[in-house]
Each structure stands twice: as C-alpha cells, then as structure tokens.
Write a protein that binds this ligand. Structure first.
Ligand SMILES: [Fe+2]
Length: 278
C-alpha cells in the first residue's frame, strides 16, 4: 500500500492525539493514524466536498494514466468493477454514489474517513461491510508519488474489487477476523492483506493479471508487477503469512491466486483452524 492508504492502519494504540504528535515531530499529518471521533458518515450521509478544477484535473490525469496501462494487465473483475461503479475521467467521484453502486453489487457501503485510521477503527468498519475511504485527492506535485492516503488510491485502487462477490466476502471475513487476532496472528493478517488486497495477482485464462490496489493505483507498480523482475509464487495461506515485505520499494515477490474463490475458501479454512471465527 506504499503505506499510502486507509488500510495502512497503525498496529499500536496512541495515548495522545496522533495529529498533535505529528505536528510536534514535523510529520505530514495525513500519514499519521487517527482514531475516529464517533461513527463516520456512511453512504447517503456523506456530503461531497466541492473540488477545485485542479483537483478534478488531478483525478482526470491519474484516471487516464492508469486506465491506459491496465487493459491486458488488470484482472477482468477489476475492469468490470470500474464499469459497475461508473468511474470515469470527469472528476473526483462522490463517495455516496460509489457507495450506492457498491451496495447494489455486493452489500458493501462506504464511510468517509479523515485519513489513516488506527487498526481497530479500520477493521471494525470492514467487519460491518463498510469500506473506509478518504475523499481528498493528492496535489499536483504528488501525482507520481504520495506517501499519504488519498481518494485516488482508495476509490480507484480498492473499490472496483469490492464489486467482486468472492473478494467482498473475503474482505468482510478479514475484518471480523482481524478484530479477534492477537500477537503473531496480527502480523500474519497484515501480510495476507498486503499480498492480496494491496499487491495480489490472479491467473486468468489469458494469463497473469493484477488486482491489488497498491499495484493498480501506482504507475510504477503496474509495469513492474508483471515484469521479469518479480518472482511470482503460488498463493497459499501458509506461504503468504510467512513472507515478510518492505513497504518503500517496488515489490520483488508477489503471489498469484488461481481464483478469488480460492482466497475466500483457504482463508475461511485457516480462520477456523486458528480459532479466529466469530
Ligand atoms: Fe490500500
């Protein structure tokens, strides 16, 4: 996720306001995990901000750049998801509209969140079949890279895959499971998230395709992920939870699913074995 998304949830609780600490330490506050104050607005409760022309242009640029790279590289479910959600280059989409379309497809809704969330808040929303998303977009000088979460990653990277039923069900179970995880189980789940939701590949009849949001929303990762520089391994729960990763580099090892049902089924079996089922 380049640690660039709402799902880059912090693993530790913070005793003081994360924003206050960030300000003191000179860190970009968008990169600091925060606790939610009350329930965030969901679906129709979300009021869309008024985007400037420049922000809508930034969306248009990013959307067109990625969409020019994705045919033949992104999985079928992803491309279909973009259509289902009605995303195009006309400007930053409204979260309430995306939420309505996603709910019709798989029952998932969207919450507007202010930025990076602490893990309990993040997993708690997933466990309710609610995807937390920012609605601000990166600035012009950050078009090639941003360390902070933004709505291009959240919307364009993540949301289309939540219209795929098996992924939608997997992610729901993931949220419920993560709330129960303790100790090393948390690390295992973090790795699973990384190598599927963020950096997952899938084998289709036409060949290897990408579906992870960290790849889909990044110009460099899209071209790198299917190149010879990456070692592609077969997905299994055992392999993925034992594979460490680094956030700040292009990924040298990725895992390929045979199907999204494989992910859903293997994860269900694993959670039962680990006693993590709710
Ligand atoms: Fe992400």
């Amino acid at each position: 996720m380049m640690k660039d998304s709402s799902d880059a949830a912090a693993m530790e609780d913070a005793p003081v306001s994360a924003y206050e600490r960030a300000a003191e330490e000179g860190i970009d506050p968008r990169c600091v995990p925060q606790y939610l104050e009350g329930t965030p607005p969901i679906g129709n409760e979300i009021v869309a901000p008024v985007y400037s022309n420049e922000h809508n242009e930034n969306w248009k640029y990013l959307f067109n750049r990625q969409m020019s790279l994705l045919p033949g590289r992104a999985g079928e479910s992803y491309m279909k998801g973009v259509e289902i959600l009605g995303m195009d280059d006309s400007g930053v989409p409204a979260l309430r509209d995306l939420s309505a379309r996603m709910e019709a497809a798989t029952g998932w809704r969207i919450a507007r969140i202010p930025g990076l969330l602490h893990e309990k808040d993040f997993f708690g929303l997933l466990a309710d079949r609610v995807f937390p998303s920012t609605d601000y977009i990166r600035e012009k000088h950050e078009l090639d890279y941003t360390p902070a979460p933004d709505c291009f990653h959240d919307m364009f990277g993540h949301m289309p895959m939540l219209t795929e039923p098996a992924v939608a069900d997997f992610y729901h179970r993931f949220g419920k499971t993560a709330l129960n995880a303790k100790g090393i189980q948390r690390t295992w789940l973090e790795r699973l998230h990384w190598f599927t939701i963020e950096f997952g590949l899938i084998r289709q009849a036409e060949g290897l395709r990408i579906f992870g949001a960290g790849i889909i929303s990044s110009k460099n990762e899209v071209t790198h992920a299917l190149s010879d520089e990456v070692e592609v391994r077969d997905f299994s729960m055992e392999a993925v939870i034992n594979q460490d990763y680094e956030v700040w580099h292009l990924q040298p090892i990725l895992f390929a699913l045979d199907s999204f049902e494989q992910l859903e089924n293997e994860f269900r079996t694993w959670t039962e074995r680990e006693g993590l089922v709710i």
